[in-house]
Design a protein around this ligand. Sequence first.
Ligand code: 4AD
Length: 430
Amino acid sequence: MNNTTIRQIAGFENQEVTLRGWLTHKRSSGKIHFLQLRDGSGTIQCVAAASDLSPELFSMIGFLTQESSLAIQGVVRADQRSAIGYELAVRNISVIGSSVDYPITNKEHGPGFLMDHRHLWIRSTRQHAILTIRGRISTYIRNFFESRGFLNTDAPIFTPSSCEGTTTLFPVDYFGEQVYLTQSGQLYGEAMAKAFGKIYTFGPTFRAEKSKTRRHLMEFWMVEPEAAFMTLDEDMELSEDLLVEITTRVLAECRKELQILERDISALEKVQKPFPRLHYADAWKKLRELGSSIAEDDDFGAEDETILTQQFDRPIIVHHFPSAMKAFYMKKDPDNPRYSLSMDILAPEGYGEIIGGGAREESLETLVAAIEHHKLPMQDFSWYLDLRRYGATPSAGFGLGLERTVAWICGIHHVRETIPFPRMLERNRP
Ligand code: 4AD
């Protein structure tokens, strides 16, 4: 018997195969049962006709319930009305696992109920499409960096110190010593860039943000390239190329999923180089003109990002943020130290920041002063300072938040649907 998957069904026209999956929907019209079978790779209609089957089997099929797991044997028939071009003429069905009172039905369910049932919700068509795109984007990102000679390395999850400020740290008891879950792999990435030249880390990142917004998760995935000798301009170009690559590949290879999500394809087609680049001071002026009450040298709020990105049809790069608002490692602009060699990329259509990065301070003295200024424990950074003691170089990189990127590409409102099991301010289960 040919065990196959729905994705591969075209290779079995007029042959008998066995498909294994879950029953999503059943409809009966007297002498025929129509079953929708889902196997993760696709969905196919299976037609069980009374004339082809024993009365016992036909009757048993009539009692099958939503989300029972089944093995269905049948003959693959071409069918022009089918979305996938084929249906299965059923010869036999066996139940592998029954399903009684599946909680997610065709009725409207609220987000709280669906999040409580996230372990089941991920089976639904829309969630399947979003998480499929997420998986593909991860692969496109890896392929992009590999093709440009970046080595994939891993940063630790337990860290003794903060990278992105001390207010969002998750403390962990490490055999009596307090350590933290990583906020960013960057500092380790810098060490590895000095060993391998160009590297990227791609892993989970943790921030205890007391923000209950559609853009914040407590646990998210970040890809962080870092390259020795890279300048801020090269860093901006690299991030721009990455976003063009992601959107191009999604448009070419994830059409079916975008269609399920009813994504406006034309908005993604506009993601072409060059992205508009704005100095922070110009972006700030524009925001004030557009009615924002942003204070001098303040960071953009979500509302500011929305207003600003609505002015453009593609992602924008804002660079040279005020040094005062940036982390201790950020290099100041030698021509005007009020501003830093930093950049953020804001996604269009109101999505806002998806990338943050910049050039790193390379002078030992300046970095020591910055660590003191930020009141960080010097002893925890002595290894990081070694990178300036032994062969310091210019270094730059960025972090791209996977969930925010997936939300934008998929055109969905909230990041909670872009990760299989989201961790949010008020949710850490299932
Ligand atoms: O701008 P951030 O804080 O940059 C860094 O962590 C740098 N150390 C990266 C680097 O240069 N290597 O975060 C980078 C990105 C943001 O642009 C955003 O996409 C994502 O990480 N991000 C979050 N995504 C979801 N939930 C949160 N709470 C996030 N915080 C940041």
